[in-house]
Design a protein around this ligand. Structure first.
Ligand SMILES: [Zn+2]
Length: 117
């Protein structure tokens, strides 16, 4: 099975605080720049910058959090916080239990969601 997971965890509290503050500054700078680009109708550049932000390690795409550690899902090319990763993993496991019982899974993407194991 292909490995989809890479975890970045910072145990030093001072370094955690620095990282946290950097994320907030970076977040503010990106969105100020996106707004500035849109104001002068440079929409493609604004969109590129938004996408770079959304795929960065600083942002959890599930809960929008700028805080905490990150786990990379190579299948989705996204970084998740450990809490959201855990919720996605639990959801996948619960869906597999439904499948074992012969219940329908709707539009659940088993292959995609298995990347949270
Ligand atoms: Zn999250």
């Amino acid at each position: 099975m292909m490995k989809h997971k890479r975890e970045i965890s910072i145990s030093n509290q001072q370094l955690r605080t620095i990282t946290q503050n950097f994320r907030i500054v970076w977040h503010e700078a990106v969105w100020a720049q996106v707004d500035a680009l849109k104001a002068v109708k440079r929409y493609i550049e604004a969109n590129d910058l938004e996408n770079a932000y959304r795929y960065s390690i600083l942002y959890c795409p599930s809960c929008n959090s700028l805080k905490g550690d990150r786990i990379y899902n190579s299948r989705l090319n996204r970084w998740f916080c450990p809490k959201c990763w855990g919720l996605q993993r639990e959801f996948y496991i619960s869906m597999m239990e439904k499948k074992k019982r012969g219940q329908g899974l709707g539009d659940f993407n088993e292959e995609l969601m298995s990347s949270f194991l």
